[in-house]
Design a protein around this ligand. Structure first.
Ligand code: ZN
Length: 315
């Protein structure tokens, strides 16, 4: 019997969906591809929000994590006085800071990226203007919106990522964080449906984060839930006498961003990396993200596999 064109198409479509849904293996099954993640952020220190999760994926689960950093970070000069003698440059002088910080912050991001096992970093060198809650300021005034969108589309097409992490575009966050996440969501939506990675919004904080409400002017920022669906506990204890934790790795990362003086006070402040799924994801996204976070969350039964003694009990 000759195969009917529609049935043949349906079978190919189903096979494609099955491949997209199951072609990564976070625990290093040699028969399957390691998980591929892209992190899209506005600033050179924004990887902090997901540092523990990224470290787990790249260093302990054999996954790959790439990063796109949209701005040059030049607006961070106000908190740079401690770094002035360290770098030997008066970074708190706005003109000097804006001229020298892009190079310094790029190098700081590279060092932090090495700690986290980030494979590649792309710097789009857009202007880091000033603090504002308004995403529109970046999208329509200080950034080259179309250029960024094109760069993100190309990166997504070439990278074949399973997951994309962006900062949660909550109302209270920096407008540039919001703008970076909006552009990543737009770039993902422009991909053919079968090639779209699963995208999650992330925010480091306590175990009881503020419920997330999407930005009414940007419907793409809608999430599946008010509360986070997944989290990574930086206080997970392991090592000799269970005295180590992922907070230490996060502190290594913070320490690399010396030009961001105030940032250093985040040490030991945010126990959890909380994640929300965006509504634009395909229907199977929740199950796939659950598989990822089941692997990312160290469990006692995996102790021998990854050298983790056990998870800390919630306080
Ligand atoms: Zn930032």
């Amino acid at each position: 019997m000759k195969p009917r064109p529609f049935l043949a198409f349906l079978m190919v479509a189903l096979l494609t969906i099955a491949t997209v849904a199951q072609n990564w293996a976070p625990l290093g099954d040699p028969a399957r591809e390691p998980v591929r993640v892209l992190l899209v952020v506005a600033h050179p220190d924004d990887e902090y929000e997901v540092a523990g999760t990224v470290y787990r994926i790249s260093k302990e689960l054999s996954g790959t994590v790439d990063q796109v950093i949209i701005t040059d970070g030049e607006a961070g000069y106000r908190y740079s006085s401690l770094a002035t003698p360290y770098y030997g440059v008066d970074l708190t002088n706005e003109a000097v800071g804006r001229a020298r910080l892009p190079g310094i912050r790029k190098e700081e991001a590279r060092r932090a990226g090495r700690i986290l096992g980030i494979r590649h970093q792309w710097f789009l060198n857009e202007r880091d203007d000033r603090f504002s809650l308004d995403a529109g300021e970046s999208l329509h005034r200080s950034w080259h919106e179309k250029r960024i969108l094109r760069a993100l589309q190309q990166r997504l097409s070439k990278g074949h990522y399973d997951f994309v992490f962006v900062l949660l575009p909550s109302a209270q966050t920096h407008g540039e964080h919001k703008a970076a996440s909006i552009l990543a969501l737009e770039a993902i939506e422009l991909l053919p449906a079968g090639q779209r990675p699963i995208v999650l919004g992330a925010q480091a904080g306590g175990g009881d984060p503020t419920p997330y409400k999407s930005l009414s002017e940007y419907p793409l920022t809608a999430a599946d839930s008010l509360n986070p669906q997944f989290h990574f506990d930086r206080n997970t204890r392991f090592g000799y006498q269970e005295s180590l934790s992922y907070q230490i790795v996060v502190d290594w990362v913070i320490a690399e961003h010396k030009s961001q003086g105030l940032f250093q006070t985040r040490c030991l402040q945010d126990r959890f990396e909380n994640f929300w799924l965006f509504t634009l994801n395909r229907n199977s996204a929740a199950g796939e993200a659950e598989s990822l976070f089941a692997a990312v969350t160290p469990r006692p039964e995996r102790a021998r596999e990854i050298g983790i003694a056990g998870a800390a009990k919630p306080q």
